[in-house]
Design a protein around this ligand. Sequence first.
Ligand code: PMP
Length: 366
Amino acid sequence: MTTVHRVFNFAAGPAVMPLPVLEQIQRDLLALPGVGMSILEISHRSKTFESILEQTEADIRTLAGIPSNYRILFLQGGASLQFSMVPMNLLADGQSADYIDTGSWADKAIKEARKIGQVNVVASTKAENYTRIPATPEISVTPGGAYVHMTSNNTIEGTQWKALPTAADVPLVSDMSSDMFSRPIDIAAHALIYAGAQKNMGPAGLTLVIVRDDLVAKAKSRAFTLPTMMNYAVHAENSSLYNTPPVFAVYATGLVMKWLLALGGLPAIAVSNERKAAKLYAEIDRTGFYRGTAAAFSRSLMNVTFRLPSDELETMFLREATAAGLDGLKGHRAVGGMRASIYNAFPEAGVDALVDFMRDFERRRG
Ligand code: PMP
């Protein structure tokens, strides 16, 4: 048997998966137990896959406490397609939608929505390089608006909402791509949640949409004008089997959901995420050599962004960290510096290794 060497993978997504899940995939890859075929080979119309899909949905419902008046859709096209599908389905003629601009991904969502209908940017921290989440009094939701769109965690800028904005009776839509299932979610406070799987849920290829029934009904009323594949109602009525879903990504995500449930669900993973992030921020704040780029009250528990005193030191840090088995720490070019993405599956031992490395680097180069 060859020994497998795994680095600590701090990538922003696709990202680290839980080791026990990878091991199970490997074990069952040639033939699913009792099926005699690989998950990569089975029909999406087979009983086996139908039960995988049903079980994954049931586990997601249990994990996040999703009420029965919400549909769970297993789609493709990434969160980026949702930037278009949300307004195509929910923004009726004569209505407007509110967007809260907290980062580069929120900005992309706004640009796509503007192609479909009228958009109000009701708060933005762009002028401050998106270093913080706006405070409640800064956000004035438009009464009677189609929906309010927010980005719960800003992957590039390393900021995260700590409490939901007050949206009154306007449906709240949230892009949770980079903090989905990282903490308990108040589903009933949302009308629609979407997230690409490739950060906190599983491999790339699957986009999860959790949508309230009344919004599905709204989508249904647009069946004659919306392209079929863009219509939430089509996917809801066909249990995400209108066309071929991403079979492998659904299967692997299902295994990750079981892993999360066995750990104790969202309250337990939230405790672990808090602890991991606290260790890293404590090191960033310890002496002033490292500088966190996000305002302290908006710091993300998923994407920890920080800079060093100079570009030269940052280049050196990255090179040495990679050589030490700490991979994927280069920040997005919009922010520069470092970004440590420490999603649910990222092991605490990797955080400890990074903290040790940071301390040692500062001692040698600081
Ligand atoms: N929204 C957020 C918050 C993201 O982090 C990303 C991906 N980094 C996207 C949207 C786009 O996702 P996708 O690549 O799945 O379309």
